[in-house]
Design a protein around this ligand. Sequence first.
Ligand SMILES: [Zn+2]
Length: 275
Amino acid sequence: MRIYLSADLEGICGVVDVEHTRRDGREHDRARKWMIQEVNAAVEGALRAGAEKIVVNDSHGTMRNLLPEELHPEAELIIGSPKPMSMLEGLSRDFDGTFFVGYHARSGAFGVLSHTYSGRVVADLKVNGRSIGEPGLNGLVSNFYGVPVALISGDQFAVGEARDLFPGVVGVITKEAIGRYVAKCPSPEKARKMIEEGAFKAVNLLRSGDIKPIQVPSPIEIQLKFLNPGMADLAQILPGSERIDPLTLRYVAKNMSEAYKAIRVMIYLGYSTLK
Ligand SMILES: [Zn+2]
């Protein structure tokens, strides 16, 4: 069993504020430690269930949050940015399952620090008519490569999105969101135990065939709604995109991989207009 693990920060137990998630945040260094501890718990659970290879992709902000010296010795770490495939860099058909650790709810939804890729750019992302966030988007791309989502950890809304889309996924709720910046949390130690157990279970479910890749439809219709029209003004230079209202671009991709790349280009272009 080969596991691909994408780790974000907003869904880590104890993380509720930009002071935790921003590079210059006053509590960022503590949050980074919680993050690598949760990643290591998932690695430990997967190894205990017989996984042979685990590649961890640091998927938050600068993508240099996870401390290499504290990484589980049996895992490998993809660190640094920019990465062409961002939160999914290094994912390929060679993996048997994907883990999402520390994931969060989508832009505009309930959930701690909810956003979709860029909280300063994306108001809403629809894929084939349905609003989705990072659990859904990254999970659809992973399934397109034939790699099912086997584990997700985060608040109840992040886990809920994955459960709606990916049957059989093991969900570990590491905190209960009360507001965008408020959550009820178990102790980090308890959260890590739940993640380790979840990872153990997920690898066993992959092995028994109880978690299988879903069929991802094609073509894929994207509707990306920006936070202001200036972003759509520039992002509409993406060939094939269509402006359907002041804030929204539509794009029809031949498959989920192309859809993901188009979304990333639109977000980059939107971001570049920020004053
Ligand atoms: Zn993040």
